[in-house]
Design a protein around this ligand. Sequence first.
Ligand code: ADP
Length: 843
Amino acid sequence: MQRACGDGPAELPALEDPGAEGEPDPKAKQNEPRREPEPEPEPDTEPEPDTEPEPDADLAPDPEREPAPESEPEPERPAEAELQTRVPASAPLTVQNPAEQGDVSLQERRPRPVARTRTKTKGKKDAEVRVPDESRGRRPLTVTVDSSKARTSLEALKISLRQLKWREVSPSIPPSSLLGKFPFGRRLPCDIYWHGVSFHDSDILSGQVNKFPGMTEMVRKITLSRAVRIMQDLFPEEYNFYPRSWILPDEFQLFVAQVRMVKDGDPCWKPTFIVKPDGGCQGDGIYLIKDPSDIRMAGNLQSRPAVVQEYICKPLLIDKLKFDIRLYVLLKSLDPLEIYIAKDGLSRFCTEPYQEPNFGNLHHVFMHLTNYSLNIHSGNFIHSDNANTGSKRTFSSILCRLSSKGVDIKKIWSDIISLVIKTVIALTPELKVFYQSDIPSGRPGPTCFQILGFDILLMKNLKPMLLEVNANPSMRIEHEQELSPGVFENVPSLVDEEVKVAVIRDTLRLIDPLKNKKKENRSNGLSTTTSKTKSQEKESWFQAERHLLPGIEAGQLRQGSRGPERGRILPKLIHFPDIFMDRKCRFPSIFHRMSPSKLQFSKFSIVRSEQCNKISGMREESREGTDEPQSADIFDAEAYMNNEASLPSICLKQVFPKYAKQFNYLRLVDRMANLFIRFLGIKGTTRLGPTGFRTFIRNCRLSSSTFSMASVDILYIDITRRWNSMGLEQKESDKNADPKKREVPAQGMCLQAFVEAFFFLAQRRFKHSSLQEQVASLVDLCEYHLTLLDEKRLLYSKGTSSGRPPNSSSSQERLPLTQPPNGSFLPRNNTANKFTHYRHPQS
Ligand code: ADP
């Protein structure tokens, strides 16, 4: 399919480039082992077609389609928003056996003889060199991807794998030599596991999985709103890209009171609100209201919590239609944080001309809701393979059109990148808590990455607003077409294919374990069989990155930004402890003093040694007699890079750590989460007990004659009880989706309760500054005392043994000891982040 204007709006931002161009350092990935998996919370509604479904069983009908009336009830929907058009159910999408489709990569092959030679490399011990020798019948080493849980992303995944010449492995079609060898249900060890739904799809002991534990929970409407609100409390200007929201039923009275207050102050204010059920998708249960009294409190709100949000009344229109943007974001690593944004996305259009909401049109779903799943049922929906027309288009085509009208596209991109980075920064603290709980040290486990779907609305003034984040954005590359009344067929959708295949393929290229292995080998002095020089190789690995998004130059974002980034004087350098990453090692300063290559090697050997023995045994066992590569298979670097060179340039652009300098000051809650995790104590928990909280207070020296330990206990009980009672209401909704939740009583202090307690302590201690400054000062103070404590313990343990203090962490040891000469901590005075009262831009 032709792009609207060449390579599209590959312009990135006017963000200042701190110089971190190219590939981020992969050495600090979360190679932590994991414990027994727990079920991922699943949404309690059927998903929208731009959100991956979460069926219970592999063979469940594809829920992206309309459910069969006799098998599943119609989703609950407000009467006035009832759709006119409903589509009969169609048969579930059947996944063809790839072998039947002629996928050669899955055809069984006989084991082939392998040859190894030993050679001496300069200054290193004997290294194994893999010699390409097709004449001896060996195959190139390739990456294996388990696609058995890919669900609706299977087709796009298959195309990506074919383009990459990687091997798809699916236990549903085991090689004959393995029949009977593994018990039913056991999966083959692979390099990558591609899950359509959640991290917890099955036990994975190694490799990489395309989901983070807890992500589904984190991006639910209520959780996301809470996480963003914490950031709005701290950084109101920076987080004004998210509509003001209230959580129902908890905050109903607050909602009523705040609306009344603003109306009293400004009688001209005629707001509209949108009510969205928590965990809903597909526009399910959404309705618009003009007044808080219109909320349907009866019945379902109590059992199904919701978010009520200011409605953005003035969206940007194209062809008189409202549209939103689905942007794909790769969270490649949590710690260190690595974020990539796809340079193209999708724009989903309404199918009825837009009018600002009034009592006459509030219920017009085709006018106000951009959901594909809704609008596809409108008679006005246009399927088009042309990227410039139709009800679903590429985002690049929209930008081209805007550009032709003189709109500053770079500014839009710059604002979108800021929005994405800030949103991920809001999500990471709790994700880290989930992660350490699911993948604690001492057990084998995978590393994680995840493609997220960001739904963004451009306002008339071109400001992007975040609507929601999808943990499982739909990767379907086909759509339903009505051949004759009531008869539907799936047909390929070129717009979807163009965008989604590129996102999957390039995600795989970025996490390519062979590429990383190759880099590792290079740093360890192992040679590979290639005629290219190292610089040529590097050139070819990164050429795509460099060619992507031309026109991005250092300093552009800073200049181009109108928002808080513009001309920002960066606040005092904030240190972000990597407690999480190094927590598994427990010997931070030793690691800290090592050279990067040694560090990488040591981490690998300590963390992985035990699990690697087990896993490599398993791998070899499973590969025997299969078409999986043998350990002595060759890595034909030349062929590998030739293939790489034949692929299009990478469509994912790194934005973090690239722009870390501009955004690191926002990671205050992340630092609080590091403190929280440090005092959690028991492995696998996500909640802080009273003893952990007391220890935190003591170690950070936060109690005093005016704030006794008894007061600390009261604070803990008070806040924890309140949060847990809110949690219970939330759990009611979870119970519907996951019966196992019933077993889990809420006990202890969750991260958000800890944050509230932290805010209280900060306000108490540092009276004369803004909340952000108070909190930053308290975080500094806590880190300072913990660093001192760790150093003391280190000195003590050096005298007694070579061991390390049990609670130390590299991150905290890295913090500078910046206590002022008078020995007391002064509150920060961060002039860079002046607050103005949060008032929503469109209100
Ligand atoms: P769902 O997960 O059910 O799709 P969304 O939050 O994505 O719920 O909302 C559905 C649609 O409603 C969006 O695609 C958008 O068109 C519209 N929408 C949601 N929130 C707002 C808002 N605050 N202002 C204007 N339109 C909104």
